[in-house]
Design a binder for this molecule. Structure first.
Ligand code: COA
Length: 325
């Protein structure tokens, strides 16, 4: 039994935070941000949490697939910014949709999370355990970003993307590759709970800076520039394909320089690589499904095309998949 993606959906909150607005918050400027990252603006959720964004993206993906919520067997949400430790974001989406038959859980694999979720969905379908699975990448990173730290606050945004993966006679997932390097994880961190050296003593006030994203940007950049190609090579080899067989590359939108590095490395025509980082920044697990939903809406995805997805980031993690539309 193969699996195929039958629907894509995305939701971006309407409020944009532009580079010039950031100039009012930290010592930065539009030219520096555009040159170093390719980002011009990002979206910030106002009064909506991760589950609310995810639910809107889920509804779009179900509509695109022509499926009712009751047809779902499983919901998997990839997120590093859940609203609660429990219930999971996936359970909140299940309740919001009324997907009464579905099991639901979250996974944490940062910017590789959507590709991890796709691999899980494909594996579940191959075992025959489930037939119709909703996968999501959803984040409200603005809640864990320190808007006094110019090296991180310029990068991240909020958003959600979703896809419906179904059992199919056609093979729609041609190969996957998942990888992690936990030993390197310290270069990109966000604390979940206070690090309390004396649990019985008085607890210090817990502020945004305690849980804010902290990042050694140069290290993460180097990791991404070496691991993204490694993931691409591995998934091509597993699928028995070459880069010339791929119609579209959808890379995680972390930094335009990383995407340009991939383009140079494989001598790719620019028009084969989907980029929207200028408008949405880095939405972690949501970037890849947001790209796919936009491509679907713009009529860029044609039946039979092969699309290579590659994610990399916190954990550290890297992942790639090749899908057939
Ligand atoms: N505006 C202006 N100057 C800034 C700045 C900003 N927003 N942020 C940093 N700088 C300064 C630094 O302080 C440094 O100044 P100095 O030379 O006086 O010390 C200078 O710019 C260069 O900083 P550096 O960190 O070397 O820049 P960089 O070229 O590595 O770019 C990032 C910084 C964060 C854009 C880049 O490292 C990056 O994108 N890394 C990967 C991040 C990522 O993908 N994270 C998510 C993982 S999925």
């Amino acid at each position: 039994m193969g699996s195929k993606i039958t629907g894509f959906g995305a939701y971006l909150p309407p409020e944009a935070l532009t580079n010039s607005q950031l100039e009012g918050l930290v010592d930065t400027n539009d030219e520096w941000i555009v040159q170093r990252t390719g980002i011009r603006e990002r979206r910030i959720a106002q009064g909506e949490g991760t589950a609310a964004l995810a639910l809107r993206a889920a509804r779009c993906a179900l509509a695109d697939a022509g499926r009712e919520p009751e047809s779902l067997d499983l919901i998997i949400t990839a997120t590093v910014t859940p609203d609660c430790f429990t219930p999971s974001t996936a359970c909140m989406v299940q309740a919001g949709l009324g997907a009464r038959r579905a099991a639901a859980f979250d996974i944490s694999a940062a910017c590789s999370g959507f590709v991890y979720a796709l691999d899980l969905a494909d594996s579940f379908i191959q075992t025959g355990k489930f037939r119709t699975i909703l996968i999501l990448g959803a984040e409200t990173l603005s809640r864990i970003v320190d808007y006094t730290d110019r090296s991180t606050c310029i990068l991240f945004g909020d958003g959600a993307g979703a896809a419906v993966v179904e059992a199919s006679e056609e093979d729609g997932v041609l190969g996957t590759y998942l990888w992690a390097d936990g030993a390197g994880g310290g270069v990109l961190r966000a604390q979940a709970l206070p690090q309390d050296e004396n649990p019985l003593g008085s607890r210090a006030a817990w502020t945004i800076t305690d849980r804010a994203v902290s990042m050694a940007g140069g290290e993460v950049l180097r990791f991404s520039l070496s691991e993204a190609p490694r993931a691409i090579d591995a998934v091509l080899s597993r699928a028995g394909l070459t880069i010339g067989d791929i119609d579209w590359i959808v890379p995680h939108q972390a930094n335009r320089r990383i995407i340009s590095g991939i383009i140079r490395r494989y001598h790719l025509p620019e028009q084969k690589v989907y980029v929207n980082i200028d408008r949405f920044g880095n939405t972690s697990s949501a970037t890849i499904p947001i790209c796919l939903a936009e491509m679907r809406e713009r009529g860029l995805l044609q039946t039979g095309q092969r699309v290579l997805l590659v994610g990399f980031g916190g954990g550290l993690t890297a992942a790639a998949a090749i899908i057939r539309i």
